[in-house]
Design a protein around this ligand. Sequence first.
Ligand SMILES: Nc1ncnc2c1ncn2[C@@H]1O[C@H](COP(=O)(O)OP(=O)(O)OP(=O)(O)O)[C@@H](O)[C@H]1O
Length: 244
Amino acid sequence: METTLITLDRIGKTYGDKTALHDVNFTIYPGEFVALVGMSGGGKSTILRLIAELEQPTAGTITRAQADLVVRVMFQNDRLLPWMTTLDNLSFDSHDKAQQDKAKKTLASVGLKDFADQYPNQLSGGQKQRVALARALMADPQLLLLDEPLGALDALTRRNMQQFIGQVCDQGHLTTLLITHDVDEAARMADRIIVIKNGTNVYEAAGAKGQNAETVAKVAEEVLQVILRPDDDPTQVEAVAARD
Ligand SMILES: Nc1ncnc2c1ncn2[C@@H]1O[C@H](COP(=O)(O)OP(=O)(O)OP(=O)(O)O)[C@@H](O)[C@H]1O
């Protein structure tokens, strides 16, 4: 049997009488880059919060490969501490030599070796997001959650960061879950795309990570059509065969 990292089984989440999620079912396998896409309000962030154990589901079960699965989140807002240098944002001002060395190494791995002594306000938007990524990587996560991490960046920096994050995840063999409303970003970065609509997963497609622009555009269009079509039966989860 294939090893699984995390499985969501018939997950529901209500807030008072408001249903945010119902009957969410999917599995993430080690080493995959999965994207959750869908329109605003569909439930993507709620799923992320449940996976990160920031909240608990009101129905169903989440099964983790191990109870203490290390999960880290990178948010759109970089959440860096403005009074600390880049390096201290990673080491949390630790005086432990090993922790400092690890922070230096991690900073170098995101291409910011020479920015250790800079403060967040001295960095560009893209650089700040690299620091935020490095901070998430400091914990050696078994699952990296990316919550619209590039939403605030200009189009060129965003494209550059998509490529960069893809490389970092590939090199580190990281299992990654990206949340985005950008179908093009999902198609370009992911091995697998899960469409979230009206609080549940309605469709799954193979992503076009590492493939040419034409394939990326085709996958993005396919996913967009699913998101925009009005007649979803939420109990029907369709799967498309992996592309050649
Ligand atoms: N704490 C909360 N209390 C009440 N309702 C909530 C709460 N959190 C989320 N919701 C509702 O659950 C639904 C799903 O929200 P969620 O933020 O997960 O969607 P999303 O797909 O991530 O949207 P976005 O892309 O805008 O972040 C929405 O209708 C939202 O209003």
